[in-house]
Design a protein around this ligand. Structure first.
Ligand SMILES: NC(=O)c1ccc[n+]([C@@H]2O[C@H](COP(=O)([O-])OP(=O)(O)OC[C@H]3O[C@@H](n4cnc5c(N)ncnc54)[C@H](O)[C@@H]3O)[C@@H](O)[C@H]2O)c1
Length: 330
């Protein structure tokens, strides 16, 4: 009998790619999603697949969640209000989704003792200036009046909850801290930098760089993220542990903007926007560098990122090309 995987947030960017991987590995996949930031179109190629089902529902509604957890052999909890921009614009609803929603998923998983993977984020490291981040580093946050920290805090609470479920109840749960993941189907609507820049470049609009653009980031191709998530999930020895999942190539945001202009052959200019303007005076604080140490992940599952930054940019460019141009490229 085929095993059943439940992906909360399965209509989202990472969830839709993970669904493909799980189906390929022989799983039946149920995606539970309220389509708040996710999209049915992300799953258009799977909707008629015999191993796939999309359930429109909410992780915070027990009647939606409980029967699916009961049936599942494994749960990938990805549903969340994602990204600092969304949280800054809708702090209350976002925190409720991230904290209460995760609490409900873990409670149901505990009830049936189901293998669970919880998606966290590099944001949990906050403004710790150490480079690179290892999983047991301190988490350093700003004041509660600065809304941007509530995303990091809500995800840190998710991690505390998951670890407590492991230690007190023996729930086989693993936490993955994703660093900037990019690729096809990532929305440009919630401030994710790479799809935003690519879209601006393709439309010939100014590329909007926040601050000086000297902040540096690493990026991970979605295929590497989905692969690491799947292989960690299959490794029962990873229960109770936290793993960074990220890339190794670092680039400044200004250089990223330049590279995207070059690869799209765009006439766009680069426009610097002060943080106060971009985030409407929410006291935005940004990190200068955010680099993962993935040696723990490498040791556990033999992880090496396989894609160059150019590959990643090109896959986003291809995704955002007008349909007729995409067809010509295929
Ligand atoms: N993409 C990244 O670079 C990145 C980086 C760090 C962490 N993450 C984490 O990975 C996970 C997936 O992120 P993503 O990039 O695919 O974002 P996404 O917005 O594409 O996916 C999140 C999905 O959750 C769904 N959702 C939100 N609230 C829900 C609710 N209450 N009930 C049911 N579904 C709900 C959304 O509709 C969406 O489909 C998130 O937990 C996020 O915090 C992503």
């Amino acid at each position: 009998m085929k095993k059943l995987a439940l992906i909360t947030g399965g209509a989202g960017f990472i969830g839709s790619h993970l669904a493909e991987r799980l189906i390929y590995e022989g799983y039946h996949v149920v995606a539970l999603d309220n389509l708040s930031t996710g999209n049915r179109d992300n799953l258009i190629h799977l909707l008629n697949h015999p191993q796939f089902e999309l359930v429109i529902g909410d992780i915070s509604v027990e009647a939606d969640l409980a029967p699916l957890v009961e049936q599942a052999d494994i749960i990938f909890h990805l549903a969340a209000a994602v990204g600092v921009r969304l949280i800054v614009d809708n702090p209350l609803e976002s925190m409720m989704t991230n904290i209460r929603g995760t609490e409900m998923v873990l409670e149901q998983a505990r009830k049936w003792n189901k293998r669970t993977i919880v998606a966290s984020t590099s944001e949990v490291y906050g403004k710790n200036a150490k480079v690179p981040y290892t999983e047991d580093d301190d988490l350093v946050y700003g004041n509660t009046t600065k809304t941007r920290w509530s995303y990091a805090c809500s995800k840190a609470i998710d991690e505390f909850l998951a670890i407590a479920h492991y230690r007190e109840c023996g729930l086989p749960v693993t936490i993955v801290r994703y660093f900037n993941t990019v690729g096809a189907r990532q929305s440009d609507q919630y401030g994710m930098v790479l799809p935003t820049f690519v879209n601006q470049a393709l439309c010939g609009e100014p590329i909007t760089v926040h601050g000086e653009g000297t902040q540096r980031r690493t990026f991970t191709h979605i295929a590497d993220t989905a692969d690491a998530t799947y292989r960690l999930a299959m490794n029962e020895n990873s229960a109770g542990e936290v793993f960074n999942v990220g890339g190794s190539i670092e680039i400044s945001i200004m250089d990223l903007a330049r590279k995207i202009i070059e690869r799209t052959n765009s006439s766009s200019t680069i426009q610097r926007i002060p943080y106060e303007e971009a985030f409407k005076n929410n006291g935005f604080e940004d990190m200068q560098r955010r680099v993962p140490d993935c040696s723990k992940l490498d040791k556990k599952i033999g992880y090496k990122p396989r894609y160059s930054l150019d590959n990643m940019i090109d896959s986003v460019i291809e995704y955002y090309q007008p349909v007729e141009r995409r067809a010509a490229l295929a």
